[in-house]
Design a binder for this molecule. Sequence first.
Ligand SMILES: [Zn+2]
Length: 379
Amino acid sequence: MKTRAGSKALIREINEALVLDVVRAQRPVARARIASETGLSPATVTGITAKLVQAGLLIETDVARGTGGRPARLLDLGRGAVLAAGVRLSTSEVFVLLVNLRGEVVASHREPLTSVRPEDVGESIARAVRAASAGRESATLIGVGVAISGVVDQASGEVRHSGSLGWAHVPFQAQLSSRLQAPVVIDSYANSVASGLLLFDGRLAGRDLLVFSVGPSLGASVVVQGGIHRGFSGAAGGFAHARVEAGARRPCHCGALDCLETWSSGWGIQRELGRRGHGDQRLDADAALLGEAGDRLGVAMANAAKMFGPERVVVAFTPEMNLPELAARVERVFRRQYEHENTPAPDLELTATDPSTHGRGAAYTVLARMFTVGATEQA
Ligand SMILES: [Zn+2]
């Protein structure tokens, strides 16, 4: 990424992000509208947009006929100049996709994993990004986002804990960026799903949401006024490791006892099946076990929602956990917690994800930095 020289360059960069963000939200849009939305002078907007058009970040499109005034060219986001990569890391493969500035997927690639050691995973991601980018050398890769199942501190770039990968305190962002020679952003599955929802859906701007990821591990993303809330710890949303039982003494892979994860994650259900002598069976093999998983999950989600008061709750099931009986149970239990009159119920949306959901969200995490003044500082 380019380095910054002095405050003039910083102001220019901030103004560029402001202009790009108005185009993102209102595309296609006239220069006069950009000036009124950003508060920049028409001359400044003309200068910035000329530069962005030259760089291919903006393109001129249709002509809008105003009332009385001269017809004006509208501006839209460019398609080819910059690309962002998004990676979904699972225990068996690396799935990578590339998106353009509009968030459209232009390429994807799958790379099987032979090992989950961080160095080997980093090498596989680098290989997958190279394969997906082949033939697109003229575009600038602005960064690589990686969605990881587990507790991820985006700011420090550390995977605090991932049960499925068996990782603890892995400085994965630094490891990966030295290999890729591109900025890297890492995040949890749940936050990646939230990022995928937020960037290009204007209806969600400024809204409060809760997004739950239900997969091999559990996760949650807390969205406050359209932005992901990280918390002082950097790990807000860690409801997987909230204790939900006092004395069952189920050890969790995080080191604690009786976490929700031990009852309701794919990992927890699989382990319990094994303990009952059905380790080789499907996750939905034991209806009672699955029902108990759904009950605890539905209650935990409603508890979190009541604490926070979002207008919408999204429950995203990964392919491994997309089980109709589980989803139905979670929905029933969640809704039942709102049957009384005194707490307004949020909209509940249950959705099945595929690897591209997380990959796209991870790519949008990178892409969002093109449109955000504060966040470009970190890139
Ligand atoms: Zn735990």
